[in-house]
Structures are given as structure tokens and as C-alpha cells.
Design a protein around this ligand. Sequence first.
Ligand SMILES: Nc1ncnc2c1ncn2[C@@H]1O[C@H](COP(=O)(O)OP(=O)(O)O)[C@@H](O)[C@H]1O
Ligand SMILES: [Mg+2]
Length: 213
Amino acid sequence: MFRVLIACAKGGVGKTTISTTLAGAWALEGRAVALADADPQGSARIWCERRAGFPGEVAALDGTRRDWARRLPEGVDRVVIDAPAGAMARDLSRFLDEVDALVVPVLPSVLDMEATVRFLNPLAEHPRVASGALPVGLVANRLRPWTQASQQALSQLGAWPCELVAQLRETQAYALLAGLGRCLFDYQSQNVREHQQDWVPLLRWLERARRRR
Ligand SMILES: Nc1ncnc2c1ncn2[C@@H]1O[C@H](COP(=O)(O)OP(=O)(O)O)[C@@H](O)[C@H]1O
Ligand SMILES: [Mg+2]
């Protein structure tokens, strides 16, 4: 079983969007996927419920419960954990001690990037992160590549000690599809396919993390 945590202390950066899209992508590949929603707001859990009956179903788990992992359905081989906003490394230790990869979304704005640094600094001291046992990948999200803000953010992120593993552009498709229990990988229109390409480096990075375990 391969477990990935999607976390960043900042709210609204794309944790749930990335969690649901990733879970959907893997489920559509034929993997047995569970999504553990550790946010009491429950958006990821509701997404799974809306998705029930469509191809690429994802099992929902209540990740706010300490015993969530014992409730995993049999045969699950991929687990995505959607962390709540406001959770710092110390609050996430029960996940950080267990997961195989950590994905940290970051928005291309000064305030968001400063908040992300405050999240990443204590995280870097976690023994599994410090030893390299737990790979951490940054995902720049909601990029508008033609803007100065996005370009500046990308050049700054390139100098951070964590690997920048993907660049997801902004599109309304994420919000529209999430509300329907769907994801970018459920559709094949030209627009959606272009945005699917943004995910290729992240999916490859996760695959390498999975094989490296
Ligand atoms: N790449 C993107 N393009 C456009 N909108 C996005 C993108 N990523 C996230 N969003 C939107 O931003 C809002 C916050 O995203 P969400 O995934 O709920 O963040 P979090 O879980 O970190 O609070 C949502 O309305 C979502 O649809
Ligand atoms: Mg969320």
C-alpha cells in the first residue's frame, strides 16, 4: 500500500483539489483507492460520496479518527490523505510517521509562500524528512503562467530546498468538477487534456517515491 499526505498549513491552496484529483486519477487507472479526509469540513469525503457509482470510485475514510487506518477496505493499494488547514508538522505527526510521500501545495503569492516556509521549516526537522525517508514535493498551484506573480513565484520556488514536482495552472474546471464528484481525469475534452498534462510530473514523482520505498 502506498500512502500520500497532501498538506500545508495554509487554507485554500488546493489540498482538497489535489487530493481528489489524484485519488480520481489513480482510481481511473484501476487502482483500489481510499481517500482519508482529515479535515473536519469533510469536503473530500463528500466528493467521494458524490462519485459513488461513477467509474473510478474512491472509498472515503474519516481521517479525523485516530483509528482511520484500521477501517481501510480490504485490497486498497493507494491511500490519499487530505490534511486540514492550520495543521503544522507537530499536528500531522501521526501521518508523517507513516506516509510514503508528502505533497505540499503552494500558491504563487508572497503571503502564501511565506506561510509555506513557516510550514516547511519545522517539517524539515521531522526525523523521516531529515533522513530523506519521507520525500516532500512542492506543487505550485493556480499558476497563471503569463503573470509576473507566477513567474516570480516559480523562480523563488526553484531556489527552495524542497523539490518543485509540478506546476498546476489555474482553471475553473477544478471547482466545477469537484462539485460533481468528478475530476480532471474523468473527461477528455481538449481543454481538460491540456490541464491533465500538468499532472504528469507529479504522478511520475509519486511513482518514483512508491518504487523507492
Ligand atoms: N489549479 C486550480 N485552478 C483553479 N482553481 C483552483 C485550483 N486549485 C484549487 N482551486 C480552487 O481553489 C479553492 C480552494 O481549493 P481547495 O482544494 O479547497 O484548497 P484547500 O483544501 O487547501 O483549502 C477551491 O475553490 C478550488 O476549486
Ligand atoms: Mg481542503
